[in-house]
Design a protein around this ligand. Sequence first.
Ligand code: GDP
Length: 451
Amino acid sequence: MMRDTIAAIATGSGRSAIGIVRLSGPDSLKGVERLFTPASGKPLSDYPPSSLVYGVLRDAEGRVIDRCLATYSLGPRSYTGEDTAELQCHGSPAVLHSALEALFSLGIRQAEAGEFTRRAFLNDRMDLTQAEAVIDLIDAETAAAARCAASQLGGSLRRRIEHIYDELVNLMAHFDVVLDYSDEDLDPFDESEITESVGKAAKELQQLAATYRRGRRLYDGVPCAIVGRPNSGKSSLLNALLGYDRAIVTDIPGTTRDTVEEKAEVGGVLLRLIDTAGLRDTEDTVERIGVERSRQALERAELALVLIDGAKEITQEDLDILHLAQNVPNVIVLSTKADEPDFTLPDLPQAIGFSSVTGEGMERLEREIAARFPEGGADSGEILTSQRQAQAIARAAECLQSVFDAMAMGMTPDAVLSDVELAMDALGEVIGRSVKEDVTQRIFDRFCVGK
Ligand code: GDP
């Protein structure tokens, strides 16, 4: 299908050393050639694709916009699968907008959000999981999240799903042929083998769907509640983890009246930090809201950092908070203010001596967190990060499980066909393939019924 030519600034909105204007569509090269003259005097199209060529960029009236680099690729060997070009200019927003306006004056239009990647998908340069990985990679806030997206961009998830999908296409095609041409002599197929492979696929999809919770942590962060008595050092810890003064630190008990939520990477793991008001029973209604929120924060948390003021005697209140935190799957106890002269490490198992002032204990805290959430450091291309994908895969797993159960009970192919089809629809949604076409294609080119 012939599409129009689009252009957009591909780099960030502020000033930078280099800024890129990107084009895709049939007029990409022609458009750039109208505005850009290589220093050599030869036209850009005389250079082989992917050459980086230095020259002068002018607007349609011939006024110089920038001295910059240009390059082009020819479809289908390009990101979008179409002819593409790039202008690598100096990164001033004014320069980039002038370049873009000059292209618009030639009839090239502004690209919509995601349009380059959408074209790449429509031109079969990538499947849906890879297109989603592009967004995940751009949005990645930690090295671990970026690694996961990069691996998915490389097609790790697509290959895994395609493998199962293709087996189902075969199965469907076989069923269809058996049903439609039952009086003809076709390869006999071994039902127990099929039952077994369906069961295996169901299990594999179930396992994949179950990785979503961990995958989400890579992007949303592990919900982490920082709890402790007023003045135990919660806000100070939060600030130390964030590296700037996000929470107001005071020495008046109970000043953290609201909860604040921030993301921080600690030990390679993205944490969603929830600072809480002191967990105290109080008559103050404003504080009551805070206390209630603290309890709620602990309920939602997967990690609790319990702070106990090491410069003071341990109190019943400290123990009550520790007790409340025991319902959270991961608890780390920090004995704070380790820099104070009257600091003593309390007699609690695995309490870490910690100081927000000197940074003592920070490395140990990072190690403890990294050990508890290992996927934060893993090359996790096999972890689902999109809810859309996770739901579709779980649905496919369910359908295949019921196919497996039915076949194990001796049901005939026609009784399970619709569930196989539902499973394929769900998987097709994940990678962006359409079942009807694929099955039809396979019937015609593999089974050669040819009538
Ligand atoms: P919160 O009420 O639990 O949030 O506690 P804050 O973080 O507001 O700290 C209460 C008081 O303890 C403040 O005066 C802080 O300066 C002090 N403080 C917090 N952490 C440390 C620490 O590691 N060492 C020392 N010496 N003082 C600290």
